[in-house]
Design a protein. Sequence first.
Length: 175
Amino acid sequence: MHACAVQGSLLRSVTILAVFSHLVHTYVITITPTQALTCWTCPNKTDNEACNTWAPDVHCPTNHTVCQTLHRVDTQRRSILVHKSCAKVDECTQDHVGCVHTDSGVMECMSCCTDSYCNEAVPSNHSSAIMLSATVFSHAHRTEAKWRQTPTLVLPLLLVLSHLHPHLTSKLAIS
């Protein structure tokens, strides 16, 4: 083969690989967006029913991947405050979740969860706060679904590329 022919073939191979890389990147990043989280949200309502009735149906910001619920009850265990919001995962660690008693005798419970509308209920004691937060701790470092879909695209694209440029497969095998 002449040097010009080899150089032209190599240039076509590099171009095809660049197109392939762009297609994979576009598919993974753009075509398969992760589904936005939606939480029950309310600012400082007196009880859970008032909160859920008031709550607007709004998606959480991208970096807010958990639903957080704060519930305060008085010494007679009556609800005095419910605050629900979207939160960042670092605001919902095992150190944040559970119940504490304040100096005034109020019990403050925090729970967090990771599925849309998962914070409909409020924690009323330490056990329920932990139970309602189970999804945060079991999925804290999970891989987003969009990355698991990548292999389904790679094989068909490789097959298409190998038909477009038959010598590409053998060149890739050599290197």
